[in-house]
Structure formats: C-alpha cells, structure tokens
Design a binder for this molecule. Structure first.
Ligand SMILES: Nc1ncnc2c1ncn2[C@@H]1O[C@H](COP(=O)(O)OP(=O)(O)OP(=O)(O)O)[C@@H](O)[C@H]1O
Ligand SMILES: [Mg+2]
Length: 433
C-alpha cells in the first residue's frame, strides 16, 4: 500500500452509479479525493441490459469523481458485479507441497489455493476464490498456513462464479472510458467488507444489502465468507406495490415511500396522515399513513422470508448468532429492522460504512456500502494478482496436484430460479439461533 497510489471504485447499481477516488493519507487515513453519484440507467436487477445507457451513467459518475484529480488517474478500478448469473460454491481440495522439504511460503500458499480452482463450465468465469481455512498435515482450523512446514494442505475455499459474457459487458462499459479495471468484486462481498464488524464475521452473520432492484446476501461464518446469493427483489418493488395500492405513478409513490413509508403498520399512530400530491389533473389527497404501510409491510415480509430461505440453502439451520445486518438504500425504510428482529428473534442492525478513519459523512450512508467496500477491497488486495482477466479465462499457475479423491467441491451451488413454492414453505418456519 503506497501513499501515492490512487484507489478507485465503481458501484453500478440498478438505481445509481457511485464512483469514488481515494488515496491513503500520511496518518494512514483514507483521503477521499472525489465522489460521483449519478442516477443509473440500463441496469435491471443488477444486470447490464443496455450498454450505451450504462456507459453514459458510468462516464458521468467517474468524471464527477475525478474532477479534482485530473484525467488519466483512473486505473486499477475495483468494480462491483451482481445479478442472477452469479453462483457460488464451497470446495475442499487436498494439495501437496511440491517441495515438501520447504516451509509453506506465502507465494506457495497462493499457488496451492489457485491449484485448487474447480473446473468450470466454459461459459463461466471464477470471480473469487477465497480461502476459508486449511487443514495442514491433519491439523484442522488453520487460518494461515504460511511459515508452517507441511507435506499436505487441505484448502476449503469459497468460490464465486459469474457468466463470462455478462461479466465481459461490465468490462466493456468501463473499457470504453479507457478506465483500467483492477478487479471485479461481488457487490455483496464489498458491502460486507464495509459494514460487518470483526465480531460479526467471527460469530457468523447474514449481510443483507437491499438495493433498488435486488437484495444481495453474503453469509459470513468463522471469519470468512461462506455463502453469497441474491434475491431479484429490492426497494423499487416496494415503490411499485405502493403505486398500485395508492393508484399513483411510480415517482409519486417513491416520494411518499421515502417521506412517510414504514414497514410496521402497528408502529404508526392511527391519527397520522400523509398528503398524496396531485398529478395529471387529479387533486391531492390525504391518506392514513398506516394504510400506506400495509403493502410495504407485506413486501418486506416476503423479502425476509426469502432471506431465510437463502440461509437454509447455504446449509445452515439457523441464522448465525451475529444476526442480520441490513444495508443498502432500501434498508432505510423505518420499521424494517424492527420487523426482522420481531420475526426472527436475532440481533438486527442497520449498517453503513463507519469506523474508517477519514471517511467523509457523505459515504457513511447505507447506499454507499458497496462503493466503500470496493475501495477497502482494493486497498486490501492492492498489487495481488487478480483471478479474473478481461473476460479471458482464469489465470492459474501450474497445477500442483488435483484433489486426491477427485472430489470437486463438497459444497453447495446456489440456483436462483423456480423455487417460489418451496420458498413459501420453508419461510413459514422461523428459525431462531
Ligand atoms: N429513506 C428511504 N426509505 C426507504 N427506501 C429508501 C430510502 N432511501 C432510498 N430508498 C430506496 O433505496 C433503493 C435504492 O437503493 P440503492 O441506492 O442501494 O440501490 P442500487 O445499489 O442502485 O441498486 P441495486 O443494489 O439493486 O443494484 C430505492 O428503491 C429507494 O427507493
Ligand atoms: Mg446496490
């Protein structure tokens, strides 16, 4: 990490594109040099649908962020990726130290991790291979085997995969601005990076980032990511529900939701009233705020049920004891955390990036968790060889040795379609840790 190095991050969300350029100050603090927050276009549920529209929004956002640093600085950008094409799996692989008379040095550890990369379908790319833990010559629960003398190491890794063509579209959008992409990072992992405390990571926690088009989930367990997934429903669906219930256009429903929305009708005083602005010749109206919160409550409950299903799908029976950590613009709905706490009986909090020296207040907001996390990810992994390169195949070092039993991953694979009924059924059971 160098004080002269610029770190850049771009979060291409369904509702906004957020860019940040920063460097590290003399005291080790973050020095944010510029931010660019612009409305997003051409992104549907995390997926780029219209490259030209996204390009325009990304250019505007980056331009704004680098206004005070000058052009040409943006290189090695950390970019968030998201969408239903993302899948994850956990693998266990045994690899042998090729020089078994040597200690495991960090480079060798990296090579061992990379050699455990699973074979993936040619239409997919590995975005992340995150080591979760090691068994070194039979000694379990080793967090970092570097420096140990070992003949054989078992690596358990969290693997995140994405559709190669879709990932290439993200790179295309940025390449057009002559912006060098440093790495693609799964948005929910970035969000977790900016918000989860050390204790939450160790105890295990479910990070739930409610954006406009999607709700992204990352589950941490024993200090490392364990599961990543997304639900194709976010805050915009709440606005649509409100628009239908109130018989108003989307933009009015959005205004009312942000101003007076609530997820728990019973917490709203019966006397509270809200003015619904007039539109297209319709007069303004006054409605009960409690009536307004009914459809919002129902949709939030559905999202919570789907989160619970994902916890189950990850292989866990309970929500881990660190509880649910909500972030993202949509999580700001009053009563949402209370509803989750009441429903699941676990610790729940609304999170935003904080505890980061030098972080300006404009980035201490739930909708900035991804972009700040991308920046932190970039600083943490600066100079490390990335596993994903411009849409080409994953770069792997020489294969040391394949898994002895030929097992490619005893973990899970998250699939995101065709489970509506099952979701409903599983969600009926409230699991308390
Ligand atoms: N005060 C608020 N109360 C409730 N919802 C809010 C509030 N402020 C913003 N939102 C909602 O947050 C959502 C946008 O969140 P965010 O900026 O995190 O989305 P995004 O990152 O662009 O989308 P995605 O992550 O789905 O790609 C919108 O649905 C908006 O209505
Ligand atoms: Mg988002």
């Amino acid at each position: 990490m160098s004080k002269d190095t610029f770190y850049s991050a771009v979060d291409i969300g369904s509702n906004k594109v957020y860019s940040v350029v920063a460097r590290i100050g003399t005291e080790g603090e973050l020095k944010v040099l510029g931010t660019g927050l612009v409305p997003s276009q051409g992104v549907q549920k995390g997926r780029i649908e219209n490259i030209e529209e996204v390009r325009v929004a990304v250019s505007a956002s980056i331009e704004e962020a680098q206004r005070y640093v000058g052009k040409g600085v943006i290189s090695g950008v950390y970019v968030g990726v998201n969408g239903a094409h993302i899948t994850c799996l956990n693998t266990k692989n045994v690899v042998e130290n090729p020089n078994d008379i040597d200690d495991l040095d960090p480079t060798l550890v990296d090579q061992l991790i990379e050699s455990a990369a699973p074979e993936v379908n040619p239409t997919q790319e590995i975005i992340h291979m995150i080591p979760m833990g090691y068994v070194v010559d039979g000694l379990a629960l080793v967090r970092n085997p570097a420096g140990l003398h070992a003949k054989e190491v078992e690596v358990e890794s969290h693997i995140v995969l994405g559709d190669a063509a879709i990932l290439r579209n993200t790179l295309k959008v940025l390449d057009s601005d002559r912006v060098g992409v440093g790495s693609l990072v799964l948005s929910s992992l970035a969000s977790a990076e900016a918000t989860l405390t050390g204790d939450e990571r160790e105890m295990g926690a479910v990070l739930v980032d409610i954006g406009g088009g999607t709700t992204d989930i990352t589950i941490y367990r024993q200090g490392t990511p364990w599961y990543s997934s997304m639900i194709p429903v976010g805050g915009n669906q709440l606005t649509r529900d409100l628009a239908v219930a109130m018989r108003v256009p989307f933009y009015i429903a959005e205004e009312i939701k942000v101003k007076a929305g609530a997820a728990m009708p019973e917490l709203v005083q019966l006397s509270e009233e809200v003015v619904v602005p007039g539109f297209e010749g319709q007069p303004r109206r006054v409605v009960k705020r409690r009536a307004l919160s009914e459809p919002l409550h129902d949709r939030v409950m559905e999202i919570l049920k789907m989160v619970l299903l994902r916890v189950r799908e990850s292989g866990l029976r309970h929500i881990p004891s660190g509880g649910l950590v909500f972030t993202g613009g949509g999580a700001q709905l009053p009563g949402l955390c209370e509803l989750a706490r009441q429903t699941f009986g676990v610790p729940v909090r609304l999170a935003y990036p904080r505890g980061i020296a030098g972080l300006p207040s404009e980035l201490q907001k739930p909708n900035a968790s991804v972009v700040v996390g991308l920046l932190l990810w970039g600083i943490k992994h600066y100079g490390q060889k990335r596993t994903y390169r411009n849409g080409r195949n994953v770069e792997r070092p020489r294969q040391v040795e394949k898994s002895r039993n030929g097992k490619k991953g005893g973990g899970f694979r998250s699939l995101l379609t065709g489970r509506k009924k099952e979701e409903q059924k599983v969600a009926e059971e409230v699991i308390v840790d």
